[in-house]
Design a protein around this ligand. Structure first.
Ligand code: GLU
Length: 478
């Protein structure tokens, strides 16, 4: 039974990199019929905030990621917040003390900094010298009597190579001398990430650790701890780094990088899910527009690329447009668009929003585009732009809207076919067609010469508002 986990630190918004990690864990869990565990890594007491945890959970749910165990849903292997697992960690630190895998280190930060500088100046990788490795009982007693603070360090076997098969990177081989004895428990008694993550993954029976490549250098340390505690080692899969289009590590410099920002910018979750799945993975065929179920079916962790993934913002936007225009059910789309309409100050009921969307959805890439595209359906007191004025000032154009108005007078409703027959009639009567016919009408109804399908617009806004807008133009340009 596959058990995977997503283990975010609640220190900020969920960004694309972490969202991709969560997504790949979720997809792989589903693909294999396994379970996904959400674990909150809130050991950094200063930076961790419950509010960020809530936001993370909300963003994950929005993306369509569901977990089987976690702080909000419980499970057999909890608690699922590291801050609630201190007793457990203590027990395992004890084990390491008893087996001699850790020792007290009294070196001061100044001494360590000195060592570090010296190593760097001599061109050696900085690592702990092992000074406190072989302190005698007496040394230790003396230091303790002086009240010297100490950390617990893991005794790393000299010169050993840690070799493991990464499901994405292939064989990874690291000489432990590159890092040397590392801290397990800080001087304030708090255990460090590399230690608690192993205890948690082992006790939560995680079978596959799927996470960002930035954690690759932690893995050998973690493997040493697995071995010291006689835990079964999970399989590891390190996901490729995500780059911006300039090939530097994706960061805020590249624009929005949090899931929240994309939500606010009018991206729909299905497009985000699909777009994130393509960061380091590609379906077998040419078609990249795949829904959740198709991705789950096709995805395998071994197929994730080893090379960096480049985040293509334009492609995500395009994908978003595809979902808005072609994939989402109209009621569902309307539901999601309501907060956007309201945010733009466009007030109406659900049915009206739905009609507007039916008229404009073909022109939308994000829900933010609603502001511009839906304007003619809500704003009656608009200004005529330069192009529009040109059409309405011309005698011919003015005549068109005069005749148009004459044809409207008797009507008490209008739909697209009425509109079409009226324009046909004007075409015949006045001998104008094409732009000469439609641009004046469009200009009078919207104040501009491009945008929405006018036949749909008149049907949605209704006869009274059409009459008013034409009358307004007649008065303005008359
Ligand atoms: N809490 C770590 C992070 O947010 C994840 C650790 C892991 O996946 O092992 O980067």
């Amino acid at each position: 039974m596959v058990r995977v986990r997503f283990a975010p630190s609640p220190t900020g918004y969920l960004h694309l990199g972490n969202a991709r990690t969560a997504l790949f864990n979720y997809i792989y869990g589903k693909h294999t019929g396994g379970k996904l565990i959400l674990r909150i890594e809130d050991t950094d007491r200063e930076r961790s905030k419950k509010e960020f945890e809530d936001l993370l959970i909300d963003d994950l749910k929005w993306l369509g990621i569901e977990w089987d165990e976690g702080p909000d849903v419980g499970g057999d292997y909890g608690p699922y917040r590291q801050s609630e697992r201190n007793e457990i960690y203590k027990e395992y630190v004890e084990k390491l003390k008893n087996s001699g895998h850790v020792y007290k280190c009294f070196c001061t930060p100044e001494e360590l900094e000195e060592e570090r500088k010296k190593a760097l100046s001599e061109g050696r990788p900085p690592r702990y010298s092992g000074k406190c490795r072989n302190l005698t009982e007496e040394d230790i007693k003396d230091y303790e009597q002086e009240g010297k603070p100490y950390v617990w360090r893991f005794r790393v076997p000299d010169g050993e190579f840690i070799i493991f098969e990464d499901l994405i990177k292939g064989t990874v081989e690291i000489n432990v001398d590159e890092f040397g004895d590392f801290v397990i428990v800080r001087s304030d008694g708090s255990p460090v990430y590399n230690f608690v993550v192993v205890v948690d993954d082992a006790l939560m029976k995680i079978t596959h650790v799927i996470r960002g490549e930035d954690h690759l250098s932690n893995t050998p340390k973690q493997i040493l701890i697995y071995r010291a505690l006689n835990f079964n080692e999970p399989k590891f899969a390190h996901l490729p780094i995500i780059l911006g289009e300039d090939r530097s590590k994706l960061s805020k410099r590249h624009g929005a990088v949090s899931v929240r920002a994309f939500r606010d910018d009018g991206y729909v979750s299905e497009a985000m899910f699909n777009g994130l799945s393509l960061l380091g993975w590609h379906p077998k065929g040419d078609n990249e527009v795949l829904d959740k179920d198709e991705i789950i079916k096709e995805f395998d962790i071994e197929d994730v690329h080893n090379a960096p993934a480049v985040f293509d913002r334009a492609k995500l936007k395009w994908l978003n447009g595809v979902y808005i225009r072609e994939k989402l059910d109209i009621d569902d789309l309307t539901q999601r668009a309501v907060p956007f309409f309201e945010g733009f100050g466009y007030k109406a009921d659900f049915d009206y929003y739905k009609k507007v969307l039916l008229a404009i959805r073909d022109s939308l890439e994000t829900l933010m585009d609603i502001e511009e595209r839906a304007k003619p359906f809500f704003v009656d007191e608009f200004h005529y732009d330069e192009e529009a004025q040109k059409y309405l000032k011309e005698e011919e154009g003015y005549k068109v809207i005069q005749v148009f108005y004459d044809n409207l007078k008797e009507l008490d409703s209008i739909d697209r076919s009425t509109f079409k027959s009226i324009t046909k009639k004007i075409q015949k009567d006045l001998g104008v067609k094409g732009k000469g016919l439609f641009m004046p009408i469009r200009s009078a109804l919207t104040g501009t010469t491009s945008g929405v399908d006018i036949a749909l617009l008149v049907e949605v806004i209704g006869i009274e508002r059409v009459k008013e807008r034409i009358k307004r133009a007649l008065e303005y340009f008359g």
